[in-house]
Design a protein. Structure first.
Length: 427
């Protein structure tokens, strides 16, 4: 084929060489699609010296880039938190321009999902953050240095996500208050806060004490039964929530009766519930394992999560699959999972901070698993495993009214913190 424009071909070839060179440095040129407005006619040179690399433990090499599944932000009058939800562990490179006018935090082998791309365009991402797909295999978050007093970035692993916290200048403090979602340092008992009610005038919360009647659930060494503990916590949680203005509380069971899983989900859906909180007590073959973990619906990321779901579902391990075909047809699914994740993190953070001052709590994190009651409810839903009945010390605690009260109080704090953000309106 005859080449009619040799100069253009040469330019294109040079461009590819430069792009490949930048990518090999693990940090391609950074900027939004329209380019940065530089102070001079040349972009600032990015120095690799002193750059920080942040690794989540267990990171392994992979041919496929990390997927940024979602981008979300929370604000308070003094701070902004940006969270990039990832599909697996990632590497982060933090660099500053030589002229120190901006900070760039990059995922060198990542791409924005369609949902995340939409968030970069719909106003979800607040100033001063700018999230950009700078190459097909690299994502960057930029921060002008004049836009904050301080910042920090860190990776969390369960589920994987990059978190960036920015402390705003005093004169630029936000006027709209919010709640930071990731693990507050301390949760203290608080008076009921205003909650924006749904269009029907109130927020409906369904509490689901696991098991009951002929189904005792897990049993402890001293014959403690899960069904009794979950009911005590559920009743105490109802008592706390019922005192809160604008909240209607319903229970799938309020006594020792057996209720099918299908009936639990039908009850929540027919009641047009805004939130669904299922309470359970965990069990493990090793009696040394103890602590808490909070689940929302999704694919089990490890064998242990799948085993927990199979036990609570009362199904064989081989039949405890996700069944994504049920989800694809549900237009609310993406929003439901996002809100469920937020609710789960609020509940987990409150439980850890509320109870750690009185007990030695092992934090097993927020996880995903295909629990039946989370799969077939249409509202944000979580399942809280509040302790390990198989652990002798925690089995003993489960018999103490003060422990039951503390568990209920911490779940209450997490629910109210979530509702205060006004994120429960998904219908």
């Amino acid at each position: 084929m005859q080449v009619r424009e040799p100069k253009l071909c040469l330019v294109a070839l040079c461009t590819l060489i430069v792009a490949a060179t930048l990518f090999c440095l693990d940090f391609p040129g950074v900027g939004p699609p329209g380019g940065w407005a530089w102070a001079s006619d040349k972009p600032p040179v990015l120095s690799m010296h002193g750059s920080k690399q942040n690794h989540v433990r267990g990171t392994t090499a992979s041919l496929a880039p990390v997927t940024v599944r979602n981008v979300r932000a929370t604000t308070s009058p003094e701070k902004i938190r940006l969270v990039l939800d990832l599909d697996r562990h990632a590497t982060v490179i933090e660099q500053r321009a030589v002229n120190a006018s901006q900070v760039v935090i990059a995922l060198p082998d990542a791409w924005l999902s369609q949902t995340a791309q939409g968030r970069t365009l719909d106003g979800t991402i607040p100033s001063p953050f700018m999230v950009t797909q700078i190459t097909p295999h690299a994502v960057a978050v930029s921060l002008p240095r004049t836009s904050f007093q301080s910042y920090r970035q860190f990776l969390l692993s369960d589920p994987p996500r990059l978190v960036i916290d920015v402390t705003l200048p005093i004169e630029q403090g936000l006027s709209s208050a919010g709640v930071l979602q990731e693990a507050p340092k301390r949760v203290v008992p608080m008076a009921p806060q205003p909650i924006t009610p749904r269009t029907k005038g109130y927020t409906t919360i369904v509490i689901d004490p696991g098991h009951g009647g002929k189904d005792p659930g897990a049993r402890g060494l001293h014959k403690t039964e899960e069904k009794d503990i979950t009911l005590r916590v559920g009743l105490q949680l109802r008592k706390l929530l019922s005192k809160h203005p604008g909240i209607r509380v319903l229970m799938t069971r309020d006594r020792d009766v057996f209720v099918e899983l299908e009936e639990r989900t039908k009850f929540a859906n027919s009641s047009e519930a805004d939130l669904f909180v299922s309470i359970h007590v965990n069990s493990h073959p090793s009696r040394t394992v103890k602590g808490i973990e909070i689940y929302h619906f999704g694919e089990a990321k490890d064998q242990r999560a799948l085993e927990v779901a199979a036990r609570e579902n009362g199904t064989p391990l081989s039949n405890t699959g996700v069944g994504w075909e049920y989800l694809v047809a549900d237009l609310l699914t993406s929003k439901k999972i996002e809100e469920s994740l937020e609710l789960a993190w609020n509940a987990k953070a409150a439980m850890v901070s509320q109870m750690n001052s009185h007990y030695e709590i092992d934090d097993h994190g927020v996880k995903t698993a295909p629990f039946y009651v989370l799969r077939f409810t249409s509202m944000p839903s979580i399942l809280a495993e509040i302790a390990y009945i198989s652990n002798p010390s925690e089995e003993e605690l489960l018999h103490k009214p003060v422990f039951v009260q503390d568990v209920a109080q911490s779940l209450y704090q997490g629910i109210v913190a979530f509702l205060a953000t006004g994120k429960s309106e998904i219908r």
